[in-house]
Design a protein around this ligand. Sequence first.
Ligand code: B1M
Length: 209
Amino acid sequence: MFEELKASIIAGDQEKATGLTTKMLNDGIGPQKILKEGLVPGMDVVGEKFRSYEMWLPEVILSAKAMKASTELLKPYWDQNGGGETLGKIVIATVEGDVHDIGKNLVSMMLESAGFEMTDLGVNVKIQAIIDAANRVDADLIGLSALLTTTMLAMKSAIKAIRGSGSKAKVMVGGSPITQEYASEIESDGFAPDALRAITLAKKLVGKS
Ligand code: B1M
């Protein structure tokens, strides 16, 4: 069934992808397994095919829609917090110039399930809007996501602006082109390569690990 799910993401078949995801969840398969063995491998193939011109933008958009609709179905199954106390407030966004949000949404969804209060500003967000939101909600942490090698460069100036604004919020970064090396170079407070490790990192950064 995982192969079928992967194939449905590659084919951009939203109906099939959500149908299979629902069936797997009903069969008691955990959301992490569905993500790791079906949805993400499917999206990886989409990325490879996109790079080698075997897939074009309209097809990638269909795959992305199938992926988004399927990951939404996982949301109620992530509950790791058990309704406990709020671990802290996080403002999260995809940086200016970048419209990729599947990974950021996953991270946001999982942080929320882990017990953080999330303010998700969406995609293509100007740094001033991030700073304003962080001040408004009195955020403990700001999460920046970037998927493009061009937009990841904006993270450096974003971090500088956040620090310059006097905000107390720490900054964590992530997204496929980001490395630990880059995260350290731009003086972020931390980097997580995936949504699960984003939870561990966020807890550490707010002193709740
Ligand atoms: Co785009 N795209 N795309 N794309 N796209 C990539 C990123 C690319 C690598 C594809 C490729 O060439 N193989 C390439 C970037 C190349 C580069 O910069 N070097 C690319 C390009 C070029 C583009 C356009 C420029 C194409 C064009 O227009 N010619 C354009 C850019 C638009 C823009 O942003 N201005 C574009 C557009 C699109 C779509 C709109 C069609 C669609 C996005 C739909 C959407 O997000 N709503 C899309 C997609 C789907 C992809 C690929 C195929 C898949 C991305 C994805 O969703 N992955 C992608 C190729 C790839 O990455 N394999 C590609 C699944 C997701 C679960 O993983 O996002 O990595 P990811 O998130 C992970 C981790 O990175 C991490 O945790 C997540 C979950 O584990 N993480 C964080 C993410 N954010 C985090 C934040 C954290 C912590 C961890 O803390 C805050």
